[in-house]
Ligand binder design. Structure first.
Ligand SMILES: Nc1ncnc2c1ncn2[C@@H]1O[C@H](COP(=O)(O)OP(=O)(O)O)[C@@H](O)[C@H]1O
Ligand SMILES: Cc1cn([C@H]2C[C@H](O)[C@@H](COP(=O)(O)OP(=O)(O)O)O2)c(=O)[nH]c1=O
Length: 322
């Protein structure tokens, strides 16, 4: 668990910070950028590794959290190989805790299905619904012992995609291009941040997931939902949130709230009808997935919403007071 204090008014998460911060929290006085924190995998510092050293590092328990996360952060081919190997290794050990984060389909690229023990909690909703606000409340409630991230923009590459997606002039991004860019952000995010964290048993809180694409691209843009779902499932290797918290708000109210934050981005500038379709799509998704959805009236007071969310997440994580 994280021990350092934080503030509900802390600045927004920066791309790539989540994994780094989690590692730093676990690390105490260690610095994950310090090469000394990384396990010695042989090689000549050029991304190659010695296979035996790699195999040793992949044995369950061989690496501490700091070393594992330091490895993930290097984002090298070494990491990809390490993750694949670690997943395979973990899958062969029956003492591995049962799966909790769920896969919708068997599209894992790592074979890691049996070792994803972390929980994935996702916040969804229209513009200005209060997702960021409630994520900060929940992070504080969980004593900052969680990894907070977002789509789009949860990785360095994703931050560039986010800028293109949100700051391009209206009318300059083709609908299919838009869908593909959100999927690309998602694929990078899952590979680099989310799946590694779930494999380590971390709780991940994510601002938006696949249902955003179903709401915004399929319903909002009136694109073929089958394609959007297939693309998203492929991009996420089929990972489905354990809990999706939908902050439901009339787009008129949400856009009004968002307008007070600053100038509108490309999506916020869409017509009201677009945002109404987004809202309805979310409500339909919640109806069709009652088990994993918690739908809340986002116009309720901030603290009341935070308390309801905290109770539901405590139940999910098994941290509810007796
Ligand atoms: N329950 C609430 N009641 C009133 N205003 C809220 C509530 N939750 C958030 N806000 C305000 O609405 C605006 C948008 O909130 P934010 O968390 O940034 O939304 P999102 O991340 O969903 O776009 C902010 O100014 C925030 O202070
Ligand atoms: C993840 C995702 C986001 N979006 C849109 C929703 C938002 O307008 C925008 C960025 O999301 P977000 O950062 O959550 O914006 P806000 O805080 O203003 O709600 O991207 C999609 O259209 N499809 C997607 O798959």
């Amino acid at each position: 668990m994280r021990t350092s204090a934080g503030s509900c008014d802390a600045p927004a998460e920066q791309p790539g910070d989540a994994v780094a911060r989690e590692a730093e929290n676990t690390a105490g006085s260690h610095d994950i950028d310090d090469p000394a924190c990384r396990p010695d995998l042989g090689g000549a510092g050029d991304g190659t590794v010695d296979d035996e050293a790699l195999a040793a590092a992949c044995r369950p328990g061989a690496l501490g959290d700091v070393e594992q996360l330091a490895l993930f952060r290097t984002r090298s081919r070494t990491v990809t190989r390490w993750r694949a190997r670690a997943a395979t290794e973990a899958g062969t050990h029956r003492e591995t805790p049962p799966v909790t984060a769920r896969r919708a389909a068997t599209t894992s690229t790592t074979g890691s299905e049996h070792s994803m023990t972390g929980k994935l909690v996702v916040f969804e909703g229209g513009e200005g619904a209060g997702k960021g606000t409630q994520i900060r409340h929940l992070e504080r409630h969980l004593d900052f012992g969680v990894l907070v991230t977002r789509q789009p923009g949860g990785t360095d590459l994703g931050a560039e995609l986010r800028r293109v997606l949100l700051e391009s002039a209206p009318g300059t991004v083709d609908d299919r291009t838009e869908a593909l860019l959100y999927a690309a952000d998602r694929a990078q995010h899952v590979a680099e941040v989310v799946e590694p964290a779930l494999l380590l048993g971390r709780t991940v809180i994510c601002d938006r997931w696949v249902d955003s694409s179903i709401a915004y691209q399929a319903a909002g843009r009136r694109m073929d939902r089958v394609w959007i779902e297939a693309l998203s499932t492929w991009a996420t290797a089929g990972i489905v949130p354990d809990l999706t918290i939908l902050l439901d708000i009339d787009p008129l109210d949400g856009l009004d709230r968002a307008a007070h934050r600053g100038s509108a981005d490309r999506l916020e500038r869409e017509a009201l009808d677009f945002h109404r379709r987004v809202r309805q799509a979310y409500l339909d998704l919640a109806d069709a997935n009652i088990g994993r959805y918690l739908v809340l009236d986002a116009t309720k007071p901030e603290d009341e919403l935070a308390a309801t969310i905290a109770r539901r997440v405590d139940t999910l994580l098994g941290t509810a007071p007796a």
